[in-house]
Design a protein around this ligand. Structure first.
Ligand code: MN
Length: 353
């Protein structure tokens, strides 16, 4: 029964998939929209945008996320109504239980929802699941799978899906803000290679629909707290290690160091890109000590595939140039492993972009 759609070009969004999704939406009244843990601008923006669209066509929609999101995303309309599983477990389970259909946005496997995955897994087979995502190798549990690994963001896919359902005029200002935020944050402010002319066309339409691009940029990028700026300054001046012979740079932060700067989720976002921005660096990592795990963010420019590195060594995955992982180990051991991995792959890293 599963409809699989793996497209490589925008125009390939297949009609039968869209028609099936349309029927499923028509047949349901209440929707639960979920996204991955540590939700970023694309996860939160896509989820809220889809919720606003569903409300605009007369449906009920609730966004349930595994855990909290960075404060700079709280400007998004509807953000205050998001239920996090971490804080409101019972309420979250109730919504998942009572909804007619569950959306999975911006993730490819249920295990990307952390502690929420068991509750979600229980609902598989009980009600339809629709997965819309741009990460590689999506799981096969959804009833409708819309996966486009060439899309710069899930938010862009949400726009295209709504457009293909003939409902572009149902995208209101609130939905437009969510989509713009998702596209902007996941595309590095429209600079990553995955950005296409279509991305700009969609962004233009979202601005027309009332997404104030200047205000969204300001809300996301220009609302630093002093602690965060000092943490970034410390990380760059004291903790950035460059391995020039391997075209690699990395930053690591221990729990104590994070504590010193009153770390809050999202504070270290983008740090790995600073390391990658160094001239001659093709591969960058940010290694952070979390509650009981070491979190890895990996980035590359050019041919080096960080998703393979993440999968092979750090219990993770992601995209060609952007991936992540999480390891149960001591910070120093993970750093040692990372340095060994870099040395092992030195030939793969030796190129000019
Ligand atoms: Mn995304």
């Amino acid at each position: 029964m599963q409809e699989t759609y793996l497209c490589h070009k925008a125009k390939d969004l297949e009609n039968h998939t869209i028609q099936q999704l349309k029927r499923l939406i028509e047949d349901a009244d209440s929707f639960c929209i979920t996204a991955h843990k540590s939700p970023d601008g694309d996860a939160v923006g896509s989820s809220l945008a889809l919720a606003w669209y569903l409300k605009a066509i007369g449906k009920q929609a609730t966004v349930v996320l595994p855990d909290g999101f960075a404060d700079f995303l709280s400007f998004l309309p509807g953000a205050e109504e998001i239920i996090t599983y971490e804080e409101h477990r019972e309420r979250a389970e109730e919504v998942l239980n009572n909804s007619d259909l569950i959306f999975c946005l911006d993730y490819n496997h249920l295990n990307r929802t952390g502690a929420m995955q068991d509750v979600l897994a229980k609902e598989v087979g009980q009600k339809p699941f629709v997965l819309i995502d741009h990460h590689q190798n999506p799981a096969d549990f959804p009833d409708v799978l819309i996966s486009d690994t060439t899309s710069c963001s899930t938010a862009q896919l949400i726009y295209r899906v709504i457009d293909r359902m003939g409902d572009r005029d149902k995208i209101d200002q609130n939905a437009a803000k969510g989509m713009y935020c998702g596209i902007m944050t996941d595309s590095g402010s429209f600079r990553f290679p995955a950005v296409t002319p279509e991305t700009h066309e969609i962004a233009a339409d979202l601005i027309r629909k009332g997404a104030d691009h200047a205000a969204i940029h300001r809300a996301v990028y220009d609302t630093n707290l002093l602690d965060r700026l000092r943490l970034v300054g410390y990380a760059l001046s004291e903790k950035l290690v460059v391995m020039p012979e391997y075209h690699t740079a990395y930053i690591s932060l221990s729990a104590d160091e994070l504590e010193r700067f009153n770390y809050r989720p999202g504070d270290t976002e983008g740090l790995v890109n600073q390391a990658l921005s160094i001239k001659g660096v093709n591969f960058a990592a940010f290694i952070r000590e979390g509650n009981n795990q070491i979190k890895m963010s990996l980035r590359s420019q050019g041919q080096f595939r960080v998703n393979e590195i993440a999968a092979q060594y750090f219990n993770g995955g992601g995209h060609h140039n952007a991936a992540g992982g999480a390891v149960d180990a001591k910070l120093d051991d993970v750093i040692d492993t990372f340095r060994e991995v870099v040395q092992k792959h030195r030939h793969d890293l030796n190129y000019e972009v």
